[in-house]
Write a protein that binds this ligand. Sequence first.
Ligand code: NAD
Length: 352
Amino acid sequence: MAKKKLRVAFIGAGGIAGTHMREYSKMDDVEMVAMADISTAGMERLGDEYGIPDAFTDYKAMLRKIKPDAVSVCTPNGLHAETSIAALRAGADVLVEKPLAMSAREGQRMLDAAKKANQKLVIGFQQRFDPKAQFVKNAVDSGRMGKVLYGRVQALRRRGIPNWGVFGRKDLQGGGPLIDIGVHVLEVTHYVMGSPRPVAASGNVYTYLGNKKSNVACQWPNWDHKSYTVEDLAVGQIRFENGATIHIESSFAAHIAKNIWNFQLMGEKGGASWDPVQLYTDDNGYMINSEPGWLPRNKDFGSIFGLKMRNFVDHSLHGKPTMAPAEHGLMVQKMLDGIYESAERGKEVAIR
Ligand SMILES: NC(=O)c1ccc[n+]([C@@H]2O[C@H](COP(=O)([O-])OP(=O)(O)OC[C@H]3O[C@@H](n4cnc5c(N)ncnc54)[C@H](O)[C@@H]3O)[C@@H](O)[C@H]2O)c1
């Protein structure tokens, strides 16, 4: 008997959709059946590359006609809620790219829609699949650090304002580096800390480069400064119900020596760093820095992106647990909202 395949469709056929397709194309229990985008250029290229038979310029028409089992939502953030809800109502499970939405209010509507439709909704967080993150999580869960008090999150580019897509548009993205790249390191830090419930946030955001015509040296030149309405730098602090705190720094354009992509944990009995991955503990009267002798690398298992996609298919098709429930996406979204709201109001805000 032929093995059952998950019939997957795509809403949004830009950069990250191509990565989803690359990973699905390696799986013999997935059939890519259709894609929808308002622009046809990407669909023509990806359709040829991955042999996807149907392309639509209206995602609602695609959902009606194709009735996919699952949908990868790969649009700009501003469309995550609308498209995910439509796909869930059409009877599909949804893997929505990060961040969950533009706001927690939208995110809550997505979770409600999944529950009502009795479909699965997964947030596309991949950093938690990283073996280094799993190593730190294992150390936290086994009590080696005692109570984790503090997480320091850094997602800092020295000069990397995206010059494609709509990453500078607050109306379509909900924010800048905080919601776009800070979210990655924030989610993995929150996850290894055991996903505590956030209760308050404070923060500041600053715009000083992206909205100006400039010929500074940069990774991706000629970004659209005229439509740039997001921050260049965000800093913030989250307080959690269990008394722990996270501090976050995220930037597309930080005046620092080089890019930083890392978290550090500090606990009552020990600490950790993600990259390079190390634990800091006390043993037999010595301060010990320890690290795993070997961890699988991308070449051993493909990529953390591949692991996230495999976990989604296993969850949707085979009923295995998800490692990235939408509830985690919603908690992270509340933290992002809290930092932006605090920056606007100039004071700490409660997270409910
Ligand atoms: N997990 C990751 O590491 C990762 C990396 C990059 C991007 N992302 C996320 O993926 C999403 C898309 O980012 P991207 O880099 O692919 O952007 P992109 O601009 O390359 O692609 C977005 C696509 O959505 C299409 N689109 C816009 N409106 C649409 C509509 N109404 N219906 C259908 N399609 C529509 C655009 O035409 C475009 O092709 C964002 O939410 C981003 O945060 C995640």
